[in-house]
Design a protein around this ligand. Structure first.
Ligand code: ATP
Length: 460
């Protein structure tokens, strides 16, 4: 009988905790659901992804500039963008076990029916007619369906008063970019078409968060709002789709695991004329990794109307003035991390029958590029190993380890996804050569110690 794996993410979640990639949030207080900390290796992985993204899409291009906008934006932003009225999911509560459930997900799972665009009343009727039951307790005992806004609200105290105004934590970074569109145009030399890029936190009061860092209530996005003339949208959309695919292969995601999924016209968000998702085959199913949307001129037009500041593009040569249209490629940082972990993780059975856990990260994004070991904890070996460690440290994220058996130290680095290990042994003292071990093949070669830095620079 085949062994049923209840939670396909379990080995990855365990490795992340054990090796300091990702810890459950507020653990000493018993945890705080669906929040996580990126530990010492997780934060390196995250930074490597963000830095590579910034280098690829901002620093290496002449048509995109960066921005770091606030998380709290003027509350009118969310009226104008449609988030206050429309950024909601349809929710039902199980009266028996108190589970909160997304009604559309329940209906899709049980009846394979898409209820996009249906009212809460129609959804309630479908649940009643089909006697749908709670996935947690099996009872058919639900509240009526109702809209649930996904924005987190917070109180801002007014100066000299006790009253408070409601403000919202941004549910996407995009709106901060639209609010500063005019500032960027007025203070830089950008020319249409151009983009504004941002990496930052977003918050959503998700009804059913979960699957580790796949669906969080606090997460990070890397987004570009790319401003164009309306007639350019189809070409621009296609070229951004290509850029997104290139990014997936740049970070080392397996091609066979990613696909492009077109959103049906009737399922498009209120602002979009075309949206595609780059989906990834996660262990819990194929799900959205990234999104690409043609947002038209919706956002800039709405903010122009609501703020009274027209957000035009002035073409002085052609003597034209118009509101640009927008193509938006959006990349979730946490989902990138999860996809990379799932892609890279392997429980490998070796010829000896032993198993080793390994993360086959692309060296570009691996948290640690090289680990340096003395074969044994003997002063003559440790001194030489530390010397080499100090030499490579300014060039690579490196680690020095002298604790325990050498095999165990290799296994630890395999689990961290470190592509190379260098060992100093007694031969090193004789002939100034070291062992360079490669993670995936586990092949070991001898190279002169003076060539270590150059060899690694060529490989990473
Ligand atoms: P989903 O359909 O999975 O809820 P979405 O279509 O609402 O996602 P977008 O609004 O397009 O997501 O957000 C852009 C990107 O932000 C997504 O492609 C994803 O990578 C990331 N993202 C969205 N919501 C979350 C979340 N709750 N936790 C982690 N990442 C998220």
């Amino acid at each position: 009988m085949s062994k049923k794996i209840l939670d396909p993410l379990k080995p990855i979640v365990a490795l992340c905790k054990r090796r300091g990639f990702i810890y459950p949030g507020s653990e000493i207080y018993g945890g705080f659901a669906n929040t996580y900390s990126y530990g010492p290796y997780g934060v390196e992985l995250k930074r490597n992804i963000q830095n590579l993204w910034w280098k690829t899409f901002v620093q290496s291009r002449t048509d995109i500039v960066g921005l770091d906008g606030p998380i709290l934006l003027h509350p009118k932003t969310w009226e104008a963008s449609g988030h206050l009225s429309g950024f909601s999911d349809v929710l039902i509560d199980c009266k028996t076990c108190k589970a909160r459930i997304r009604a559309d997900h329940l209906i899709e799972q049980k009846l394979n029916m898409d209820v996009e665009g249906k009212s809460p009343e129609e959804i309630t009727a479908i649940i009643q007619e089909n006697k749908l039951t709670c996935p947690k307790c099996g009872e058919h005992n639900f509240t009526d369906a109702r809209h649930f806004n996904l924005m987190f609200s917070t109180q801002m105290s007014k100066t000299n008063e006790n009253e408070a105004d409601v403000a919202y934590l941004r549910p996407e970074t995009a709106q901060a970019i639209f609010l500063d569109y005019k500032n960027v145009v007025d203070t830089t030399r950008v020319k249409l078409p151009f983009g504004i890029a941002q990496i930052g936190k977003a918050f959503r009061n998700e009804i059913t968060p979960g699957n580790f860092v796949f669906r969080l209530i606090e997460f990070e996005q890397m987004e570009i709002e790319y401003f164009i003339r309306e007639e350019e949208w189809e070409n621009s959309f296609e070229s951004w789709l290509e850029e997104m695919k290139k990014w997936c292969s740049l970070i080392g995601l397996k091609k066979a695991k990613t696909q492009v999924k077109e959103h049906a016209k009737e399922k498009l968000s209120h602002y979009s004329k075309r949206t595609v998702d780059i989906v990834y085959d996660f262990p819990f199913g194929v799900n959205e990794l990234y999104g690409l949307a043609y947002r038209t001129d919706f956002d800039l037009s709405r903010h122009s109307e609501e703020s009274g500041h027209p957000l035009y593009w002035h073409d002085l040569e052609k003597k034209e003035k118009f509101i640009p249209h927008v193509i938006e490629p959006t990349f979730g940082v946490d989902r990138t991390i999860l996809a990379l972990l799932c892609d890279a993780f392997e429980e490998e059975t070796l010829e000896s029958g032993e198993t080793r856990n390994v993360l086959h990260f692309d060296p570009k994004i691996a948290p640690i590029k090289v680990a340096i070991f003395p074969l044994m904890k003997k002063p003559e070996l440790t001194a030489k190993a530390k010397e080499l460690f100090q030499e490579v440290l300014p060039y690579f994220a490196a680690e020095y380890d002298e604790t325990g058996a050498i095999g165990k130290r290799y296994r630890r680095q395999d689990e961290l996804g470190t592509p190379f290990c260098v060992t100093i042994d007694y031969d090193t003292l004789e002939d100034n050569t070291v062992t360079l071990r490669e993670r995936d093949s586990m092949k070991q070669i001898r190279i002169p110690i003076k060539d270590v830095k150059r060899t690694l620079l060529e490989k990473i």
